[in-house]
Write a protein that binds this ligand. Structure first.
Ligand code: AMP
Length: 288
């Protein structure tokens, strides 16, 4: 496994990789959710590139950029064991040099859900992912359904800007009690950690109601909200049942829907989601 720390170094090593190249962008502090994406890439591609980059532009000034957990040595050991071929660890000064002025803005999709609370987040995500796609030139890129809106935003960007990259979405990997794995879970105190599975429990409730035939989105939102509010440590940021393509809120669940929520537990903000009908893939399959 080769580690490249600059853009020229990465490009030099990239030339030697066989196609198709799979790419897994991450912010490091890897867990089984990340590693599952790497395994998928290794299985489906001739070579796998992984990036570790805590992208400053997707954090607002009041967010956790400086505290974001890091452990490069551990990440590299995990990636080596998972079969990655090339790891890109750039620094922020090279990625955003010369008073960087160019941004990728995906319009409507980014104003909903996470965008209501984090208005500049997706501009940072779309910009860094487009930079990374240009640098690593993958044929396939792997993202987790855990960040469902991110998947939809990147899909829109890839289509609108004609990136020759096929997107693959990995299922959300969870702890045994249902909590979606996240690097941010390390912020939780033991008591907060006990409260955190309330996100998954509320999504389970939505799935159960849907399977029982409930199609009134407002009724499901209400029951989920009540369940979250029963957890004294949890504060709901938003709870949404939206069209899974446009992220517009819906009244009647008569099409593929994304149920998603953001919850603050203490100072930690957690997100999770589920697709209805349960088991339906987030992205429609496109002909290759
Ligand atoms: P991050 O390091 O948080 O930027 O995440 C890097 C990639 O891993 C993104 O595509 C995430 O959606 C994905 N990811 C994060 N957590 C999980 C999880 N629990 N299960 C599956 N994928 C995940």
């Amino acid at each position: 496994m080769i580690v490249a720390r600059t853009i020229p170094e990465l490009r030099e090593r990239r030339v030697d990789l066989p196609s198709p190249v799979g790419f897994v962008p991450t912010m490091g502090f890897l867990h089984e959710g990340h590693i599952a994406l790497v395994h998928q890439a290794v299985e489906e591609c001739a070579a796998t590139v992984v990036s570790l980059f805590v992208n400053p532009t997707q954090f607002a000034p009041n967010e956790d950029l400086s505290n974001y957990p890091r452990n490069e040595a551990r990440d590299l050991a995990l990636l080596e064991a998972a079969g990655a071929d090339l790891v890109f660890i750039p620094n922020a000064e090279e990625m955003y040099a010369d008073n960087h002025e160019t941004w990728v803005v995906v319009d409507r999709l980014t104003r909903r859900l996470e965008g209501t609370v984090r208005p500049t987040h997706f501009q940072g995500v779309a910009t860094v992912v487009s930079q990374l796609f240009h640098i690593a030139e993958p044929q396939q890129a792997y993202f987790g359904q855990k960040d469902a809106q991110q998947v939809l935003v990147i899909e829109r960007m890839v289509r609108d800007l004609h990136f020759p990259v096929a997107l693959r979405v990995g299922a959300t990997v969870r702890e045994p009690d249902g909590l979606a794995m996240s690097s941010r879970n390390t912020y939780l105190s033991p008591e907060e950690r006990q409260a955190a599975p309330v996100l998954r429990r509320s999504l389970d409730l939505a799935e159960r109601l849907w399977l029982e035939g409930e199609r009134d989105a407002e009724r499901i939102r209400k029951e989920m909200t009540e369940l979250v509010e029963q957890e004294p440590l949890a504060r709901l940021d938003y709870l949404s049942i939206a069209d899974a393509g446009t992220l517009e809120e819906i009244h009647v669940i008569d099409r593929k829907a994304l149920v998603s929520l953001a919850v603050r537990i203490g100072k930690t903000r957690l997100i999770d989601n589920a697709v209805l009908p349960p088991g339906e893939p987030l992205l429609a399959r496109r002909p290759a």
